[in-house]
Design a protein around this ligand. Structure first.
Ligand code: MRU
Length: 355
């Protein structure tokens, strides 16, 4: 079982403690979230980020919101406030719907304890889910290892490791499992402008002793073309019923290049990321985070101060779609906690959810 080096989300009395990801990879600092507003701000500002972690954090946000007032009106207020934080990761909306279904039928007197228990259940189930994804996904890496002399070269995008979940991660779970089994791997980590979540991935991998190389986003194509990638594994923020998958912007370009060069492209995603209410990828809402993130870049000075440096003046036009959709036909398989499947066959894995 994978143990997170620092818990991404843990209950502390009537609050939760998170690892502030806006400071990583430079400073590792935990923060206590004690109010509904704290939780909503943490999700919106990406102090917590990654689809499964956003969902679990929001569930605790509901428990925190009901501390003093357990009325239907307060429940509605909490659900609406948290649902408005980020649009693309369906795990957020899945977790809120689960909290609503659990709490609304209960008398107000029973809602407090039930909310904490349900949020904790979502958190621990996510850790188990990540482990299962790791177990299923490692077979894909093992298969390459049997016919390759040298490390299996995995390309990923954004951060879908332990920082993005309550467990080992999604896309990185098979990598960690392979590393634990003694299979040599090397991970190509793309920076993932504009928020540079690839730096989080590189930080995780370095801490875990997994060989990797940070690359500029634009370098992915040449590595795929040169035959220097054995498989691509990314996470997802929402998988539509037909297997179309939304993930961090730039994922689609990798899938296109992988197809062109005959490299398998896998998406690792749990139950909570699958949205059968979205028939196809065109129905997935894509977050627009505004131009400021594109016009600047965050980093650290030689003296250790975190700074944001201007790349382009305010007058420069900029666009910032935060996610893109990879069509199912470019996806070799989806790695879930229930097994590895073709994107078009998701309904067979989740019959209870598909109704
Ligand atoms: O904007 P972010 O950092 O929350 O986006 C994260 C991603 O796109 C991840 O790849 C995705 O959530 C999968 S996380 C297990």
């Amino acid at each position: 079982m994978f143990t997170q080096p620092i818990p991404t989300l843990v209950r502390d009395g009537n609050a939760v403690v998170i690892l502030d990801q806006t400071l990583l990879p430079y400073h590792s600092e935990q923060r206590t979230l004690a109010t509904l507003a704290d939780v909503a701000t943490a999700i919106r500002s990406m102090q917590v980020r990654g689809a499964p972690l956003i969902g679990a954090t929001a569930a605790f946000g509901v428990a925190i919101a009901l501390l003093a007032d357990r009325s239907d009106a307060q429940l509605d207020h909490a659900l609406q406030t948290l649902a408005a934080t980020r649009p693309t990761a369906v795990n957020l909306h899945w977790a809120l719907a689960r909290m609503d279904a659990k709490l609304r039928p209960l008398p107000e007197s029973a809602r407090g304890d039930a909310a904490w228990a349900e949020a904790e259940a979502i958190r621990t189930a996510d850790a188990d889910t990540c482990s299962a994804i790791g177990e299923h996904g490692v077979a894909l890496i093992e298969e390459v290892a049997t016919r390759r002399n040298g490390p299996v070269r995995v390309m990923t995008h954004c951060n879908a490791g332990w920082l993005a979940t309550c467990g080992a991660g999604t896309a990185l779970a098979p990598v960690y499992r392979a590393h634990a089994k003694g299979i040599a791997v090397h991970v190509w980590v793309s920076e993932t402008r504009p928020r540079n979540q690839g730096l989080l991935t590189a930080w995780e991998l370095r801490e875990a002793g997994v060989p990797h190389s940070l690359i500029a986003d634009n370098a992915a194509g040449i590595l795929l073309a040169r035959g220097e990638v054995d498989l691509v594994i990314t996470g997802a923020d929402r998988v539509a019923a037909n297997g179309d998958s939304a993930n961090k912007v730039g994922t689609y370009l990798k899938a296109l290049a992988a197809r062109e060069h005959g490299v398998p492209f896998h998406v690792a995603a749990p139950y909570s990321t699958v949205d059968f209410a979205c028939a196809e990828g065109g129905a997935i809402p894509i977050e627009d985070r505004g131009p400021a993130e594109v016009r600047s870049v965050a980093g650290i000075t030689d003296k250790g101060a975190l700074v944001s440096v201007r790349l382009a003046p305010d007058a420069t036009g900029a666009a910032n779609p935060a996610f893109d959709v990879t069509p199912a036909q470019l996806i070799t398989s989806i790695i879930t906690e229930r097994g590895v499947t073709a994107p078009g066959r998701l309904r067979e894995l989740y019959p209870e959810k598909a109704e």
